[in-house]
Design a protein around this ligand. Structure first.
Ligand code: ZN
Ligand code: ZN
Length: 814
């Protein structure tokens, strides 16, 4: 029987469950829940996270932890059940789930490195020009001290031959507090005594001012003192030596805010619909119980003001709040609005912050120095201990779905977190997701409607231009119809602003051979390359591959390559040719790659230094630009073409959102939608601003086909370097799944297995891709099936060089 504290630890390696460890006495006082520890795990040392600490008395044979890596916890006890739920629901190892939730860069993972011996260098000189050994030795020579990219089993034979030596290394900590030097008066020192000691009044006015400043205001950043006073560093040294001042190091917070778009003026009063919605939210907040409100307000109905007052109310009750927005630039915009009214007890949290800034914001949050955190989906995990309110703005946005590991839906997870914390959730949307609206329709969520635009502004007039007719007549160009051109002209003359939306970047979307019909494709992916004018190169939008443009066809060798199609870059250029006097800008991932660029464009647009803004989805989000009176959708069909049951929903949402940018000021707005499918129900209902009809139609389709929200989906994606092996593995996995289901006579019928089938993009980043969809009404039954099949499959798949990705509630099935 041992009687020593026992820790439940989630280790940061791909294993499902947590493990138990003991604490040696010397580490006991600092081993707190939420701290990172170093633990032995299968002959390695790995980082783990303390989930639980129990007083001990157990009879298990457990190992001891080696070290505690934090002086204060990184998360609260109350977050542990949420992490556990996330890991369980999204079928992801808990340690890795926590690792990705915490600010990046704080972990140093021990790793192995190799150095070339003298013998090794000689061998390298003499070895055959192409051999695996040579490849490995060359890498080791060129990357001293770096983490080995090869599996150890390939290196140890070389070590045995005496060609290389292996070493254990630790990565340097790359994020942590930012330390600055400060200067302050020494304890029990007063200005008078210092001046006296100096023997009468000082002659140098500069020096007197210097001392007065330090003694009056207390701690001073050294760099500030030296920049403010002549000979500042000399004076600091002098008085430190004399024993009047002392200098010390202390952490400071980096300030991520920096540039903030100035918010519009504060509305003095609420409109009736805002007041009714807010009162309901307040009553839920007062009860301190879990409630989900779907705040369904058309674009321009004043949702942000409701968020603001709800947050204010929650803070008044001594609670804390999280506001999640789908886009980082929107987080910056939101921050401006809230900071100007709530002051500095706000943190921002998103991936655009530097690692250091993220670390600082996280630590301010766990220390209880903030009341509100604004961020993108990663803000879901911030350690607030008195969480009372979570706002998920534009809840339908697919940006809430994280598409790389760990895969999760931040909106859905936010609802779960609120449930655990007995908090209130506001899901805000102008075009609610079918799932959320269905939840409201069945009474699971409270529906709060704000059907009118504030100040009784009317919704914009929407006009649809059928591009099929345009093509037949061969009039104008393929991008901008005469109708849109006319409206653009009129709007420019009136001195108003225009937004043109096209969800495709680049200049030309297709390079096709006129003779054999082959397109120039990415060598790594089954997709066509897009031409970018600025770089004068062809790019793959999936893997980043690029190549020079060429005129000869790679398939038939003839000079028949011709460019087709268009993206935002080309729209911008055409417009510049049509309206040389207009100020035209473009906002897409290409034009906003550098930090601050997106902000600069938005700022210029809000200050009316831009007449026409061309952009991708980025510009459809909730910004408020009162001078925009015309919105043009260049091609509404792009989102309809996706092989996905949400294609209709996405199209409706995008069209409504982008249309909602028009007419938010005093003047009426106008929207022109160009499409090849004017009769599609998503286009028609969006044109009529008729969400209810859209929802009814969509709900009916989903129910017929048994798609979410009437079922749950999990996508099993298989990726491998070999075409045959990947296909074979997929087929076997499919058979396994069906076999297991056949063994469950009753429950087995509740689950449908679709596939395996080649993924719509059959090859991506060099990997062949297959997928299997499983569908069922009970998520726990689906998880049960996956746990059963995963155990056996992983190893078999691994041996074939095929990896398996489980995507729960998938959004992208391409
Ligand atoms: Zn050809
Ligand atoms: Zn590619």
């Amino acid at each position: 029987m041992i009687n020593r504290p026992c820790l439940k630890i989630a280790v940061s390696v791909p294993v499902k469950s947590a493990f138990f460890y003991e604490v040696p006495e010397r580490l006991d006082s600092c081993a707190l829940v939420g701290c990172r520890v170093l633990v032995p795990f299968r002959k390695r040392k790995v980082i783990g996270y303390i989930l639980e600490k129990s007083p001990g008395v157990h009879d298990l044979e457990v190992k001891e932890i080696l070290d505690v890596l934090d002086t204060e916890p990184l998360f609260h006890k109350s977050l542990v059940p949420f992490f556990e739920w996330m890991a369980d629901y999204y079928l992801h190892p808990i340690g890795q789930m926590i690792q990705s939730a915490l600010p990046g860069g704080i972990n140093f993972n021990p790793f192995k490195t190799a150095l070339l011996t003298e013998k090794g260098s000689r061998i390298l000189e003499r070895s055959a020009p192409v051999s695996q050994e040579r490849e490995i030795l060359t890498w080791i020579r060129d990357h001293p001290g770096k983490r080995l990219p090869h599996p150890l089993r390939k290196i140890t034979p070389l070590e045995k031959k005496g060609w290389v030596t292996l070493e254990d290394r630790r990565q340097k900590k790359s994020a942590g507090p930012l330390m600055r030097r400060f200067v302050r008066p020494k304890a029990k020192m007063s200005l008078e005594s210092v001046l006296e000691k100096m023997g009468g009044p000082l002659k140098a006015e500069n020096e007197v001012q210097f001392l007065k400043t330090v003694f009056d205001t207390g701690p001073f950043a050294l760099n500030e003192l030296t920049s403010r006073f002549r000979n500042g560093s000399y004076l600091v040294n002098k008085w430190v030596k004399k024993g009047a001042l002392e200098s010390y190091k202390a952490p400071v917070y980096r300030s991520p805010g920096g540039n903030i778009v100035c918010p519009a003026s504060v509305p003095s009063d609420l409109y009736g619909q805002q007041r009714r919605a807010l009162n309901r939210i307040k009553s839920y907040l007062d009860k301190s119980n879990f409630h989900v409100c779907l705040l369904y307000g058309v674009t321009g109905s004043g949702k942000t003001e409701v968020y603001y007052r709800a947050v204010e109310h929650a803070i008044g009750l001594g609670k804390q709040a999280i506001i999640m927005v789908p886009e980082i630039s929107l987080a910056i915009y939101m921050e401006g609005i809230f900071r100007s009214r709530l002051g500095n007890r706000i943190a921002v949290y998103h991936s655009r912050l530097s690692r250091g800034e993220r670390y600082d914001e996280w630590m301010r949050t766990i220390r209880g120095e903030v009341d509100l955190v604004i961020g993108a989906r990663s803000a879901l995990f911030v350690p607030l201990s008195r969480l009372g309110l979570i706002v998920v703005d534009e809840e339908y946005d697919s940006a809430y779905k994280q598409e790389n590991s760990p895969r999760y839906q931040a909106r859905d997870a936010a609802v779960m977190r609120a449930k655990m914390d007995k908090a209130v959730v506001i899901l805000g949307a102008g075009t609610p997701s079918v799932q959320s609206f269905q939840n409201a329709a069945t009474g699971k969520y409270h529906l709060l409607s704000m059907p009118d635009r504030i100040e009784n502004r009317s919704l914009p007039d929407v006009e649809v231009v059928d591009m099929k007719c345009l093509k037949d007549k061969k009039t104008g160009n393929e991008i901008i119809s005469p109708r849109l051109l006319e409206a653009l002209n009129k709007n420019l003359l009136a001195g108003n602003q225009t937004i043109l939306f096209l969800n495709r970047r680049g200049f030309r979307s297709l390079y096709l051979c006129r003779f054999c019909g082959q397109s120039i494709r990415c060598p790594n992916c089954e997709v066509a390359l897009t031409y970018h004018f600025e770089e004068d190169r062809l790019f793959c939008h999936y893997c980043g591959f690029y190549s020079k443009t060429r005129m000869t066809c790679p398939s038939c060798g003839r000079k028949g390559i011709k460019a087709y199609g268009f993206g935002t870059e080309r729209v911008e250029q055409e417009l510049k040719a049509m309206f040389p006097e207009a100020r035209i800008s473009r906002m897409d991932t290409d034009s906003t790659r550098k930090k601050g660029q997106a902000f600069q464009i938005l700022k210029k647009f809000s200050e009316h230094e831009i007449d026409i803004l061309v952009g991708t989805q980025m510009i459809t989000k909730g910004y408020d630009f009162p001078r925009v009176t015309l919105v043009g959708v260049i091609a509404a069909d792009l989102s309809l073409g996706f092989p996905d049951f949400r294609a209709g929903e996405r199209t409706f949402q995008i069209l409504s959102q982008v249309a909602g940018r028009a007419g938010r000021g005093d003047q009426r707005g106008e929207v022109i939608i160009q499409t090849f499918n004017p009769a599609h129900y998503a286009v028609q209902t969006a044109t009529a601003h008729d969400y209810k009809s859209f929802f009814e139609k969509e709900r009916e389709l989903r129910e017929q086909l048994n798609y979410p929200p009437f079922s749950h989906l999990v996508c099993l994606r298989l990726k491998g370097n070999s075409k045959d092996k990947t296909e074979k593995a997929a087929r076997e996995l499919g058979t396994n799944l069906r076999d297991i289901l056949a063994g469950w006579p009753k429950k087995g019928k509740e689950i449908q297995v679709l596939g395996p089938a080649e993924a719509p993009i059959a090859r991506l980043k060099g990997k062949y891709r297959w997928q299997i969809l499983i569908k069922g009404t009970s998520m726990s039954l689906l998880r049960h099936l996956l746990n059963a099949v995963e155990k056996d499959s992983r190893k078999v798949l691994q041996s074939r060089g095929v990896s398996l990705i489980l995507d729960v509630d998938p959004y992208q099935m391409i």
